[in-house]
Design a protein around this ligand. Structure first.
Ligand code: ADP
Ligand code: MG
Length: 236
């Protein structure tokens, strides 16, 4: 079985043209396996969000190659017919804000994506309940986002990211708005998902205290991506 989740070759991203061109990523090479929990840590403005959006097929690279699972999605141009379907079916996104819709309850918020994927109400209802039970939030099905704390809403955002059974979850500073205790609880939840669901998660963070929970740490240095593997005895 192919264990490759993400492979990037000579990935380049610049914004603007000619005199105003800014190169953000200049020849990134790395690969990640299924089920890996990966941190991405680098200073503000160094290209973390840019990299995540390219991996999520939501931002076009300038050149290079991106392989998701066994599919070449970009090879100097997009190789996929329907990037929106790919995102909906293969990739989950989590952001610093939970972006739950305030006038829909938790069940409805999590159901939106599966419905977009054309799944039947009965299947969706069952799946949403399963995911919430799995994340110990089963009693929140009919709550409104405003009735939950910031940490709880972020866990609902994780549940929503899982609703389309993604192979990859891209999380852009998911714990930045949380205190240390809630941040650790969110990170433990993400780790559990990588271990039990074989999902690969890339989590952007500024918090070095969260790095020991991860299998690998990516950093951006001189517009290149460096990969450091956490040794087993250091992993929490
Ligand atoms: N759409 C854009 N147009 C021009 N420059 C951009 C755009 N998006 C990002 N950048 C630039 O790319 C660099 C990296 O941004 P970003 O990926 O958001 O960094 P990070 O997430 O690490 O803070 C920054 O210098 C930013 O100004
Ligand atoms: Mg960013």
């Amino acid at each position: 079985m192919d264990k490759n989740a993400i492979k990037v070759e000579n990935l380049v991203k610049s914004f603007g043209e000619a005199d105003s061109e800014v190169v953000v990523i200049d020849g990134a090479n790395f690969s990640l396996s299924k089920g890996e929990f990966v941190a991405l840590i680098a200073p503000s403005g160094s290209g973390k969000t840019t990299l995540l959006m390219m991996l999520g097929c939501a931002l076009e690279p300038t050149s290079g190659k991106i392989v998701i699972g066994d599919r070449i999605v970009y090879d100097n141009k997009w190789k996929i017919k329907d990037d929106r379907a790919l995102r909906r079916k293969k990739i989950g996104f989590i952001f610093q804000s939970h972006y739950l819709i305030p006038f829909l309850n938790i069940e409805e918020n999590i159901s939106l994506l599966p419905y977009q994927n054309g799944e039947k109400p009965k299947v969706v209802k069952q799946r949403v309940k399963e995911i919430l039970d799995y994340l110990d939030m089963g009693d929140k099905l009919y709550n409104m986002p405003s009735e939950l704390s910031g940490g709880q809403n972020q866990r609902i955002a994780i549940a929503r990211a899982l609703a389309n059974k993604p192979d990859i979850i891209l999380a852009d500073e998911p714990t930045a708005a949380l205190d240390q205790k809630r941040a650790v609880s969110v990170v433990k939840m993400l780790k559990k998902i990588t271990r039990e669901q074989d999902v690969t998660i890339i989590m952007v963070t500024h918090d070095e205290r969260l790095l020991p929970y991860c299998d690998k740490v990516l950093t951006i240095k001189d517009k290149k991506i460096l990969v450091e593997e956490n040794s087993d005895e250091h992993i929490i």
